[in-house]
Design a protein around this ligand. Structure first.
Ligand code: PNS
Length: 169
């Protein structure tokens, strides 16, 4: 007899989101169309030195995902797979921009599978128009006053402008 299907699907979209870009939003919006609930969660223990605080990143995410009622914003520390299990998630969703993303993501998905095989990792190909886009690229362009209107939502562009025009301490 086949196994019963999940009646209510919960997906986790994890990341640094420093800051959220149109590439992230592409994946989040498509996940929101497929899964009942999508938890977009900011990693607080990343080894990267962030530009935005966790609260700032969460606020920007909340602003730019408010049109999707089934998307909620959160943050986590420690192992993603433990967080996903604690939130009752069935799936971790990751976007792939290029083959270069694949090797690292495959390794993480395999490690997560080893840690908890009940939670699947789903990969989505990022819309090709965002294949070059990353938070780092956006910060680099914004730092030198380049145009970022096509790369991030207005609220994020304004937040970047404030960060880079603030006097450094
Ligand atoms: O946006 P990023 O920086 O590519 O996101 C990476 C992130 C935060 C999803 C990844 O580093 C992660 O899951 N970190 C939590 C620690 C963990 O569970 N690592 C994978 C198992 S070894």
């Amino acid at each position: 007899m086949s196994k019963p299907k999940h009646e209510y699907t919960v997906a986790i979209c994890p990341g640094s989101f420093d800051p959220v870009t149109f590439g992230h939003l592409d994946i989040i919006s498509r996940a929101a169309d497929i899964f009942d609930k999508v938890i977009v969660t900011v990693a607080t223990n990343s080894s990267k030195q962030p530009l935005f605080t966790v609260d700032e990143r969460k606020q920007l995410l909340a602003d730019v995902t408010s049109r999707w009622p089934n998307v909620v914003i959160d943050s986590f520390s420690g192992l993603l797979i433990n967080y996903a299990a604690a939130r009752g998630a069935n799936v971790i969703v990751k976007g792939l921009r290029a083959v270069s993303d694949f090797e690292y993501e495959l390794q993480m998905a395999s490690a997560n599978h080893k840690l908890n095989e009940k939670i699947e990792t789903f990969f989505m190909m990022t819309n090709p128009k965002f294949s070059y886009l990353s938070s780092s690229i956006v910060k680099e362009i914004a730092r030198y006053n380049g145009p970022i209107a096509d790369l991030v939502p207005d609220a994020v562009a304004e937040a970047l402008l404030r960060k880079f025009s603030a006097p450094s301490t």
